[in-house]
Write a protein that binds this ligand. Structure first.
Ligand code: ZN
Length: 1001
């Protein structure tokens, strides 16, 4: 609940007046709104205990043409400022920072400059550089030419170049982007939304430097136009306000009234229609069109109700249901092949647009039919009413989505996006910031008062709303040519109109730009102005992994100390399968897939899926094998469940039934279908991530667990196994899957983990207890059987495997053992070395050098004690890459490595990645894995200490040890295009002289 207090008269802090204090339950914090007395700039601080501090500068930037000025400014602001006169401060900042987010984004009516970091000092560094960038950018003419656009004249002709110009050339050729942006722009012809904020290439070329500068002075002036959003663990007001007020930033500016509030469009009295074209791509015909109906619906600033109403409706009509009614009606009409991927809603505009329509297989002349079909479907839905069960299920999903703290991006960024829905249009930042309780409550109340709330909304805001536009986008062979011609015509017109003097100016400009490009990197003195972290800023201690352990029907349950999970329960549990045979493990992937796509008792698969969707936010099962710190192999079947608090009990009951009774063997037709889908997925994933398959395969010769857990469970050999299954084998396999299920359903195998809000723990232990008891007690599990796979003997392995792919590139992986994980600094040196090589020499030699691979990396695995070098999409070059790997390692066995450069940067990156705050779901599984693999706090602390002590000599020793290990045993695996290539490469290196295996693609 929001309790609003107004600070009457206002407390003053560093030139700012405190105008509003709001308690925000959902964020476990308080919001403070400040206004700068002299300039009126607004600063909103949402203070809570989130360690991932976040800031964002927000400017309302309203375009009044299609030149993309706001977009070019967004690129140019971060290209050097008064205090930090560095070419690319962004890249320099990245190297010495543990930031978790750093970006700049242009929207149709605003530009954002956000940054986040879990370390206070780092956060301040980012904040200082960004503040100087937005308030005191150099905005050099050369930067405008580079980031925006410039005319380049060669012998015969002139053409345009520039980063944003090129970016938008790509964007303006994308069919779906034309559909999405075109529909929205057509809806608001009388507002800045009618312009292309990113820029239309035909217009970008008309922009000049003066217009660019004057847009900056108009829209980046702080008074009414700049807002600052601060989030996380910090003091009220604190150093940020005094930094702003104390420096030159706000003092010298005075107040200037900028009219930057995006107006609401005049409502239409009659619907309209437009036709646009898109480039005709290969294989496309006139019928590859899109026909979309778009609406201007309600106002985004209506805090509790409208956004959640429309997003729930999108889910109901088009989304997650087994058969969403609008989606189904459109497909059943057979007017088009599919629904346009642009269908849905957006809350990034003052009035929320809603789009729906067809894509593909539709004749552009059928626009009227398409419209009638959409409207008729909506009329039908209003007449028949939405099924109450569907509504309940959608509400539940929305509730889950709104409540879960999802991770991925900083919490501050999500809060900012919500608050801007009101703040951008001059409401309080707190007016729209809530996502969970209050909006949901408002929606539930509305539905309670009127069960036909959604139907009435559809009638009023869609069916009876004439503010809608029928948009047809048809592929046109001439589209691209028209654009190219227009731009070329303009270039000619421009150059022909130049007199001698102007031609000289243009030549001088080109010369100046070349000079600017050649100078390249900024001098070291300038680079040194960018603040950075040093080793002493990194925490030397680790976050402890603590749990409370209780017994649950005789099995261990680990309870994560209470943390804020916002009403979501995370239950992870593992079945110990160390007594399973190699054959049984090989069947695991098929088993877990069947388990999640089959019926249960009388319930069909569709019914099971609906029930799972209703009860859980997610349910996932997979086999996982690895080495533990105790030097034991850990073999488990891991299950992950997350639910709303009220669903935990029924969800666990249902999942228990599924795990012990799902129809994994009884339905041969389903088994065949699952197997075929699985094969297709495998073929797809081999094509997309061939380097991971090469790496798994290369590592698999070093230990049974790598063989069984990597290669057999998820590598090429699992795929070969699936491909080898014939139709006649299916009945026997079905039986094996059933046996597997019976063997697994033993409570003695279980280890349980629970993460939830504090007050819920005592309720859930009994639920877990009942869950565990529902499995049979089949006695202690037997000791592991001897593995059929032979342990490799030291000093004899030099394995080379070649596989052929239908591709013109290759993917290689070279693996060797690292030092042992416990006790020595040497393995830490190898871990860090892999990081340094990835960021420097591997990149420069193999990617930038003669090879030109798309990607290349070295990875050292602490637990498995294996280091793998791998390439991604290497052009036809196999022997050379292998030699490069060895040469680079040799180099690092000798050279002096700069402690303040490479070593410090790599440590900041390595330790920084461990500081990244985790979502409750990520935290839960990581904490559980540490228990399963016996990774103790002492071990982690020792590793951190080892890393922080490293010097150049130790890295040399690490490299030498890797070379020695590779001499004793190494493994090289290549997935490569064509037999021809392998034939020529084997001339270049004897190890490649061996037969290759064609992959079943
Ligand atoms: Zn851009």
């Amino acid at each position: 609940m929001i309790q609003r207090q107004w600070a009457l008269g206002g407390d003053e802090l560093a030139g700012f007046q405190l105008v509003e204090i709001t308690h925000l339950d959902e964020y476990e914090g308080t919001g403070y709104l400040f206004r700068h007395i002299e300039t009126n700039m607004e600063v909103f601080q949402l203070i809570n205990s989130d360690r991932e501090r976040f800031f964002s500068y927000v400017f309302r930037t309203l375009p009044n043409n299609d030149c993309g000025i706001a977009h070019i400014l967004e690129h140019s602001v971060l290209a050097g400022s008064q205090r930090y006169p560095v070419r690319d401060p962004f890249m320099t900042l990245l190297k010495g920072s543990t930031n978790t987010f750093m970006n700049a984004m242009t929207y149709p009516d605003k530009t954002l400059y956000p940054g986040a970091s879990p370390l206070k000092k780092d956060f301040e560094n980012l904040f200082h550089v960004y503040t100087d960038a937005v308030f005191a950018p150099l905005l050099r003419e050369e930067t405008f030419w580079q980031e925006g656009v410039r005319l380049v004249c060669e012998e015969e002709s002139c053409h345009f170049e520039g980063v944003v110009y090129n970016e938008m050339l790509g964007d303006s050729a994308d069919h779906d982007s034309i559909v999405g942006k075109g529909s929205i722009r057509s809806l608001f012809p009388d507002s800045p939304y009618s312009f292309e904020s990113g820029g239309n290439p035909e217009q970008i070329v008309r922009l000049d430097y003066q217009q660019f500068r004057s847009f900056y002075s108009q829209f980046y002036h702080p008074p009414s136009n700049c807002k600052l959003f601060l989030f996380g663990d910090m003091e009220v007001g604190g150093e940020y306000l005094s930094f702003l007020d104390g420096g030159e930033y706000l003092k010298t500016r005075g107040s200037l009234k900028v009219n930057s509030l995006c107006p609401t469009s005049e409502p239409w009295k009659k619907e309209r229609s437009v036709t646009l074209t898109s480039p005709m791509e290969e294989g496309q015909t006139k019928e590859s069109a899109s026909i979309v109906l778009s609406w201007a619906t309600t106002d985004v600033t209506d805090p509790p109700l409208q956004v959640i109403t429309l997003s729930t409706l999108v889910d109901l009509l088009l989304g997650n249901q087994a058969a969403p009614p609008l989606y189904k009606a459109l497909l059943d009409s057979e007017l088009g092949i599919d629904i346009s991927p642009e269908s849905g809603m957006s809350a990034d505009f003052r009035q929320m647009p809603f789009l729906v329509g067809f894509k593909g297989g539709i004749n552009p002349d059928l626009a009227e039919e398409a419209k009638t079909c959409i409207l008729k479907a909506l009329q039908e839905i209003v007449k028949e009413g939405l099924e109450p069960e569907m509504v309940a299920s959608s509400l539940k999903r929305i509730r889950f989505k709104q409540l879960e703290i999802p991770g991925g991006v900083p919490n501050g960024l999500r809060a900012l996006n919500r608050s801007l829905r009101g703040w951008l249009y001059d409401l309080s930042p707190c007016a729209t910031i809530e996502s969970g309780g209050k909006p949901l409550e408002a929606l539930e109340n509305a539905l309670h008062k009127d069960p036909r709330y959604f139907e009435k909304w559809i009638k009023r805001h869609l069916l009876d709303n004439p503010h809608r536009c029928l948009v047809t986008v048809k592929p046109d062979g001439e589209h691209q040519k028209r654009q190219t011609d227009a731009i070329a015509r303009y270039a000619t017109q421009l150059t022909e109109s130049l007199d001698k003097k102007e031609i000289k100016v243009l030549k001088d400009q080109n010369q100046r730009f070349l000079q600017f490009e050649m100078e390249g990197d900024t001098p070291p003195e300038a680079l040194a102005t960018i603040p950075r972290l040093h080793l002493e800023d990194l925490p030397s201690t680790i976050r402890p992994n603590t749990h409370q352990e209780v017994q649950c029907a005789g099995q261990p349950l680990f309870i994560r100390p209470p943390q804020f999970c916002n009403q979501i329960v995370y239950a992870d549990f593992a079945f110990n399968v160390e007594d399973f045979s190699e054959r049984e493990l090989l069947l695991f992937p098929l088993y877990t897939r069947m388990l999640q796509t089959t019926g249960l008792g009388k319930l069909t698969y569709a019914q099971v899926a609906t029930r799972l969707k209703h009860l859980t936010g997610d349910f996932n099962v997979y086999g996982e094998l690895g080495s533990s710190c105790n030097n034991n192999d850990v073999l488990t079947l891991l299950c992950r469940v997350k639910t709303l608090r009220e669903d935990f009990e029924p969800a666990m009951e249902f999942i228990q039934q599924l795990l012990s009774g799902a129809n994994v063997g009884g339905d041969l037709k389903q088994l065949k279908l699952v197997l075929n889908n699985f094969r297709t997925d495998f073929a797809d994933s081999v094509t997309y991530s061939a380097h991971s398959f090469a790496s798994l395969c290369a590592a698999s010769v070093f230990s049974p667990i790598q063989w069984e857990g990597g290669e057999q469970l998820s590598g090429l050999h699992q795929w070969f196994f699936l491909e080898s299954i014939e139709e006649k084998d299916l009945p026997a396999i079905a039986q094996e899957l059933e046996q597997l299920q019976r063997k697994l359903s033993n409570r003695r195998r279980l280890q349980l983990h629970l993460s939830c809000d504090e007050e819920l723990v005592h309720e859930y232990v009994p639920v877990y207890e009942a869950f565990t008891k529902a499995f049979y007690d089949l006695g202690e599990i037997q000791m592991s059987p001897p593995r059929s796979y032979k342990e490799v003997s030291k000093g004899t392995i030099h394995e080379v495997q070649l596989y052929r792919l239908p591709a013109t590139v290759s993917y290689a992986a070279w693996a060797m053992r690292t030092e042992k994980r416990g006790g020595t600094v040497l393995q830490a040196a190898q871990i860090l070395l892999a990081n340094i090589l990835t960021g420097n020499d591997l990149w420069e030699v193999i990617r930038g050098g003669q090879g030109g691979a798309y990607g290349v990396a070295a990875n050292a695995d602490v637990m498995e004690e294996i280091c793998v070098f791998s390439t991604y999409r290497d052009p036809p070059r196999i022997a050379g890459t292998y030699r490069d790997f060895i040469q680079i390692l040799n180099r690092y066995a000798q050279i002096d490595i700069d402690p303040g450069g490479h070593i410090e940067n790599a440590l900041i990156a390595t330790i920084g990645s461990e500081l990244r705050p985790l979502s409750p779901s990520q935290d839960s599984i990581l904490a559980f894995r540490r228990l399963l693999y016996h990774i103790s706090d002492e071990f982690r602390a020792m590793r951190r200490q080892h890393l922080l002590q490293l010097d150049s000599k130790q890295l040399n020793e690490g490299a030498k040890a890797l070379l020695r290990a590779a001499k004793e045993e190494d493994s090289y695996v290549v997935l490569s295009g064509g037999a021809q290539l392998l034939e020529t490469e084997k001339e270049k290196h004897p190890i490649l002289d061996r037969p290759s295996v064609r992959l079943p693609l």
